[in-house]
Write a protein that binds this ligand. Sequence first.
Ligand code: B16
Ligand code: MG
Length: 217
Amino acid sequence: MSEIKTCLFDLDGVLVDTAKYHYLAWKRLAAELGFEFTEAHNERLKGVSRAASLDILLEVGGLMLEPQVKQELAERKNRWYVESISRMDASEILPGALEFLKACKQHGLKVALGSASKNAMLILNNTGLTPYFDAIIDGTKTSAAKPDPEVFLLGAEAVGVQPEHCVVFEDAEAGIEAASRAGMRSVGIGSPATLGRANTVVPSLAEFTVERLLAEV
Ligand code: B16
Ligand code: MG
């Protein structure tokens, strides 16, 4: 196994739980459109881009809409979502995440973000996480969504490290596949039932250490 030099972190579901705010905004949009959007439906949106999320939501509601209308709906949802995340602070960092980021630094590992979100900077700044990153690749810098490997390959390039020396932390199946397509190892954050293709799966970063990463992954 080649040496690990860089950790690439997904944002929603790994470092913070913004899925609950996405859900509130999508649910509100569905209610305006006249149908119910459940938490089970919301599971399908994790790690998926905003436009693709709207397509899933409209499929749930059985609606076919013009591109211009869809654009307007996505913008409306985003305004509500931004209202929620504007109130976030450090208390919303997921258990173990900050400690893990600090430990990466102590072990001399580079740290990069690989998120689909176009709102990642606002979340990182509000939670105080920005200074922990050597590179930030988010939805404003990518053209292809996970499972395309682009977001992680750009992260590796930004820190000047080859993919074989990178490990991706992801809560979404599409993100684990993106890591694999990038030629990187991965740690699934969540359940082995959905993330079984990752090299290791842990319930959260609170149950994992950099020492274990370097020894086992
Ligand atoms: P935005 P991640 C993803 O974040 C979310 O999991 C997903 O639900 C969301 O649709 C996507 O970001 C785009 O977010 O609307 O803010 O651009 O898990 O890739 O950090
Ligand atoms: Mg995620």
